[in-house]
Write a protein that binds this ligand. Structure first.
Ligand SMILES: NC(=O)c1ccc[n+]([C@@H]2O[C@H](COP(=O)([O-])OP(=O)(O)OC[C@H]3O[C@@H](n4cnc5c(N)ncnc54)[C@H](OP(=O)(O)O)[C@@H]3O)[C@@H](O)[C@H]2O)c1
Length: 256
């Protein structure tokens, strides 16, 4: 059995890959930087005494063609799990963030999720088994002033995943989809987004462990940590304008 992890060379994706290696899954790790992928591969192989196989593919998934190419390259490898994890954010007021970065974020966080989820959903449905974990964020539950585009992309990931979940349930399908919605996690995310978190971040290995446990139990949305569970609940019941002010103040602290 094989698991495919996008963004598997670092952060949350790497920790999920490590956990799955411990469970005995062969891995396919995808990200842009081949050197980082090789380092990740060697570290995981060492941790499991070379008991599994790991393939690496250096692809920029914000490029639509790379997503189709990825599917063609791996479809004969008995994939059982797809972790759609690669993604990034960019901090700043919407009129100040770079337009090319924002478009690239939509290409990666939205377009690649749409393409890979669709291709693998058909593939998994044909054999009536398989798991898709789409990595959204706690950001998916509210609009996000100062990270507006990022929050909006993650809302797409969450809504898409929830809708597919219900379609699968109606079909009585054995295929499972879930959305992982973490709050701040200590990874390379902040450096790329250009921010420093002001509240304590969770460790990526804790998030990975919890996420996989929930995924195998068939959960729909996975929110690690009590504090984030509480804040996502509050964002559902708070009036929109209050929610906007709270999120703005929270985000603004990251650069103060
Ligand atoms: N960290 C947080 O606080 C947090 C909270 C909620 C949700 N998330 C979500 O969790 C996911 C993983 O983020 P992370 O925190 O683990 O960040 P990270 O440490 O920056 O890791 C991102 C991974 O994605 C890969 N990647 C980035 N751009 C890519 C592209 N265009 N094509 C293919 N691979 C690409 C990176 O490798 P290369 O750079 O070599 O390509 C790396 O392996 C993201 O979807 C993020 O939005 C993160």
């Amino acid at each position: 059995m094989t698991a495919l992890i996008s963004g598997g060379s670092g952060g949350i994706g790497f920790e999920i890959a490590k956990q799955l290696a411990n469970f005995g899954y062969d891995l396919i790790l995808v990200s842009r930087n081949k050197e980082k992928l090789n380092t990740a591969k060697n570290e995981i192989l060492k941790a499991v005494n070379n008991k599994i196989n790991i393939d690496i593919l250096a692809l920029d998934l914000s490029d639509e063609e790379s997503c189709f190419k990825l599917f063609e390259a791996v479809k004969d490898k008995n994939i059982e799990i797809l972790i759609n994890n690669a993604g990034f954010g960019a901090f700043g007021a919407f009129d100040k963030t770079d337009i090319k970065t924002d478009i690239n974020m939509i290409d990666l966080n939205v377009k690649s999720i749409c393409i890979l989820t669709k291709l693998f959903l058909k593939y998994f449905k044909e054999k009536d088994s398989g798991y898709i974990m789409n990595v959204a964020s706690a950001a998916a539950f509210a609009p996000g002033p100062m990270l507006a585009n990022y929050y909006a992309t993650k809302a797409y990931v969450l809504r898409l995943t929830c809708a597919i979940y219900e379609e699968l349930r109606r079909d009585k399908s054995k295929v499972k989809v879930c959305a992982l919605c973490p709050g701040p996690v200590r990874t390379g995310f902040n450096a790329r987004a250009g921010v420093k978190f002001d509240i304590q971040a969770m460790e990526a290995d804790t998030v990975a462990k919890y996420a996989l446990k929930k995924m195998f139990k068939g959960a729909l949305t996975i929110v690690p940590g009590f504090y984030m569970k509480l804040s996502t609940f509050m964002s559902k019941i708070a009036p929109l304008k209050l929610c906007l002010r709270i999120v703005y103040n929270f985000q603004k602290k990251k650069i103060d």
